[in-house]
Design a protein around this ligand. Structure first.
Ligand SMILES: [Zn+2]
Length: 85
């Protein structure tokens, strides 16, 4: 026979996202997230560490600030078009 008991499980859920430039709450459809993934291999062992840094931007800051800055640096976007046909 199995006996069960009820336990409380706590979990972190995303409650809101704010823009990392202006600080305003940003809805999920508008948010632009950049993820930088860095792998760090340790020379004398087989272990490694993966670090992820994320940046979240509202559409306005992305278009008016970040994209402008990237253009000044000479960055060229990869453009992929999609249709809903
Ligand atoms: Zn913003």
């Amino acid at each position: 026979m199995k006996f069960y008991r009820t336990i409380e499980i706590k979990s972190n859920i995303l409650s809101k996202t704010t823009c990392d430039i202006c600080g305003k709450d940003t809805n999920e459809k508008e948010i632009i997230t950049l993820i930088d993934r860095v792998e760090d291999w340790h020379d004398h062992s087989e272990s490694y560490k993966v670090t992820r840094e994320t940046y979240d931007f509202c559409g306005k800051c992305y278009k008016e600030k970040l994209k402008e800055f990237l253009n000044i640096l000479g960055a060229k976007a990869t453009v992929i078009s999609e249709t809903d046909d």
